[in-house]
Every structure is written in C-alpha cells, then in structure tokens.
Design a protein around this ligand. Sequence first.
Ligand SMILES: CC(C)(COP(=O)(O)OP(=O)(O)OC[C@H]1O[C@@H](n2cnc3c(N)ncnc32)[C@H](O)[C@@H]1OP(=O)(O)O)[C@@H](O)C(=O)NCCC(=O)NCCS
Length: 381
Amino acid sequence: MTMTDAATPRGLKGVIVADTALGDVRGLEGFYHYRQYSAPELAAKRTFEDVWYLLFEGELPSLARRDEYTARIAAARHLPAVVLDLLPAMVGAGTPPLAALRTALSHLAAVEAMPPTYDADPQTIRANALRLCAVTPVLVAALYRASIGAAAIAPRDDLGSAANYLYMIDGEVPEPARARAIEQYLILAIDHGFNASTFTARVVTSTGADVGAAVVAALGALSGPLHGGAPSRALDTLDAIGTPENTEAWVRRAVADGERIMGFGHAVYRTADPRSVMLRDIARSLGGPRVDFAVQVEATVERVLAELKPGRELHTNVEFYTGVVMEQCGIPRQLFTPTFAASRVVGWSAHILEQSTETAIIRPSARYVGPEPPQPVPLAS
Ligand SMILES: CC(C)(COP(=O)(O)OP(=O)(O)OC[C@H]1O[C@@H](n2cnc3c(N)ncnc32)[C@H](O)[C@@H]1OP(=O)(O)O)[C@@H](O)C(=O)NCCC(=O)NCCS
C-alpha cells in the first residue's frame, strides 16, 4: 500500500501541505489574516495596492512607496495590440467572460514569453506576476465590453485599481464611495487560506512552470461552482424570495425540500464569516432598498435556520453580500466571478512567489484500487 491510507482525510481536508508566511484562516474565531494583519482591518485602513505590496514584498508601504508602486501597477496595465485585437474572438461565440479570461491570460503570458520560474531570477518572476495581476481587471473589462459588442476602454493611469476597473466597464469615473466599496471587496478577496485555486497555483509553480501557467491553472480551479463560480446564486435567492414577508415561508419550504440556502453556511467558519460582516457594512453604507431587503432576509434566514438546524451555526458567507455590493456598484452578474479573480490573482501570485523559492515538486501519491495487475494484454481481435 502507498502512503495514502485511511488516515488521510478525503480531499486532503485539514492536511498541512506547505508552510506559508502569507496568511491563514481561523474558522472557529471568524478571523483571517494577510501576513500579520487582520484582512478586514487592512480593508478598512489601506488601499488595494498597499495590500498587494504587503503580500508581494512582505511589509506595508510608506506613502512614497505606495505612490511609486501604484504608478508601477498603472504602467503595467496596458495591453499589446496582439492581445487586445483577439479579445472579441475569445467571447465571440457567446463564451462567458470568465472562460475567455483563461484564454486571454494564457495568450498574454505566451506572447510575452514569460520564462519557466525554474529558469527565471526572482526579479523576473516578480515582474511577470505583477504584470498578470495588473492586466487581469483590464482583460475582464475588455472581454465584457467585447461580449456586448462594445470597444474596450483603455485604462487610465491616474486612477487606482478599483476606480479604474469600474471606469473600464462603463466609461464612467465612479464616485468615490462606489470605488471604495469595490476596493474594499477586492482587498477582502485577495487570499483565504490554502483554498483549491491557491493550492493549484502552488502545485503548478512547484514544477518550475511559468507564472502564466500557474495563474491560468488557478483560474480554472476558481471557476468551479464549489469554489468561486457561483457568487450570483445568492442574488438569485433574493430574487426568488421576492418580498420580506415571503422570506420565512420560502426558507421553511426550501429546507423541508432538502435545499441549501445560497449565501449561508461555510466549510471553515463556525461563526459569522468576517468578510460577510464587513461587506454588510459596505452594502449598508451604499444604501438602497435592495440592501434593506438583503439585511431583512439575512435576519429571517438565520433565525429560521437556527430553529431548523440547531447547533449548525449557519450564518451568511462571503457570497451573500458580495452579490449585493457588486450589484449596487453596477457590476453585471457575469462579472462577479471574474471580479473575484481580479482580486485573487494577487493572492495566487504571492503564493507563486513564495512557492518559487522552494525546490521540491509537489507530487503526492494515490492508492490504486483497480483490477489486480499485471494481467496479460489481450491481442486485438
Ligand atoms: C458552504 C457549505 C458547502 C458548507 O458546508 P459544511 O460546513 O460542510 O456544512 P455541512 O454540509 O456539514 O452541513 C451542516 C448542516 O447544515 C446544513 N446546511 C449547511 N448549509 C446550509 C444552507 N446554506 N442552507 C440550509 N442548510 C444548510 C446541512 O444541510 C447540514 O444539515 P444536517 O446536519 O441536518 O444534514 C454549505 O453551507 C452550503 O452548501 N451553503 C450554500 C452554498 C453557498 O452559499 N456556497 C458558497 C460558499 S462560500
């Protein structure tokens, strides 16, 4: 028998497979952090570029460094024509922007000849990672616009990452509250423990492959509905409930039918998801009837679930208010997961940088459970 035995949990749940100085999640406490700082506190006090710098460089930047780094990121956003011109073809057949993003990032990494991390020096790996993080929101916005038959809007170097992202979607410079709401969402979503896409990025990097290959593989992992591929489902729940007075009957019927209420419950948190707590505050600061409705639904669903599923501690997860905040900020539903990717790519990249300093390939084993080998190979008949 190989070393994979009955003691190894399915899906490697809880198995420690790496050391990281980038952050962690404490599910029982409802706490997660980037390096030594609480992630929600970073979102409350810092810019997206500051947190990006923290994860790439290991410390928070001074004001002067922030300006320098923000300008560097802005300069790295511009797309070459060889990529830009192909974007309409990538979404042409009705391909969703998320799937097209995979193609676009792969194409950009290839045309820019990003070298295998195995052969590259640390500065090149860092520059490649920064480039891919800087262009991801640009590609998302351009692919979305191509999908609706509109021309791409060139990024503006004078806007921060969040404001520029919203600007590239509809051509309007967003008012500060809207830009800040999305910036705080982007900070909250950068990293979250050793999730499936982060693990994927590290596995690919451990083979010495280039940064583009690792990011594209991670994006593939993120696209699944069990990971990042379903943030609009919580909004579908709000749509299905329709009115506040309908909530209780709707939830009781859904639970009786064995359904799960989208946007509630979490695999790790056994208390309120700290991302949801902060996103609810952000949603409230944006205001509006949809937000009031969501807050009412949250209270009723939590009360009913506490009664129907005693002891399970089912609270809103990150998806519930993410949908509400994005909707209030004018982000179309098909961009919810790509927007998540535009943030998480920074987390993947920080893990790629960390993994690229390791020498061992990540190569576990599987237990063979098929017919007893070797059996004679029958001749073709
Ligand atoms: C996220 C999720 C998969 C985590 O699951 P988990 O922690 O492994 O929880 P379990 O599957 O062990 O469920 C524990 C109990 O709570 C119930 N439960 C969990 N989430 C529920 C939900 N959203 N609605 C109703 N019941 C729920 C389960 O039915 C189970 O009840 P039981 O013990 O009577 O069978 C789960 O909460 C879920 O499916 N949520 C809805 C989908 C969603 O919002 N996904 C986005 C996640 S960020």
